[in-house]
Design a protein around this ligand. Sequence first.
Ligand code: IMP
Ligand code: MG
Length: 182
Amino acid sequence: MTYGEDIKKVLLTNEQIKAKTQEIADQINKDYQGEQLMVVCILRGAVIFMADLFSRLTIDAQMDFMAVSSYGAGTQTTGEVKINKDMTTPIDGKNLLIVEDIIDTGTTLSNLVKLLKTRNPKSIKICSLLDKPERRTVDFDGDYVGFKVPNEFVVGYGLDYDEKYRNLPDVCVLAPHVYSEN
Ligand code: IMP
Ligand code: MG
């Protein structure tokens, strides 16, 4: 697919993403065989990936949604995650799989995991489509990670810049002029 001048280049094609999503789903189906899994989508960036992944699960799976924002990486305090929308299912004793679009500094997810642990789930694992390891400021890793990406701002396949570009079928590098204009 060809895009306009806001897009610097295509980083991952829809085809590559679909193939990777199947690989991850195969692994999850194996790891949770005979178990129940509560898949929690982190809105809004992960919604497309989550739908693709979820439809490839053959195990006993349920879905729920959360919207969170982080109070920033500069603070020394822990548990600083703001829940903008909470899940509605009780998670006590459940296996949780948190599905995210990208692990960047790691702040949001590490704080979210701390918070969710206080609700006594049986287990918590993290699945992220993308990982930007160069940007990490806290010691945090995903359990299922699709692709490592370089330290560039990416959009598409659910990921946004200023709520735009989520509907691009591929993961693309945003042209720097888009964010330097603001
Ligand atoms: P973290 O707490 O720094 O790991 O923040 C992760 C969140 O920042 C993700 O859920 C995304 O919403 C957002 N984010 C980080 N990097 C990018 C990017 O390159 N494109 C789009 N969103 C990003
Ligand atoms: Mg996000």
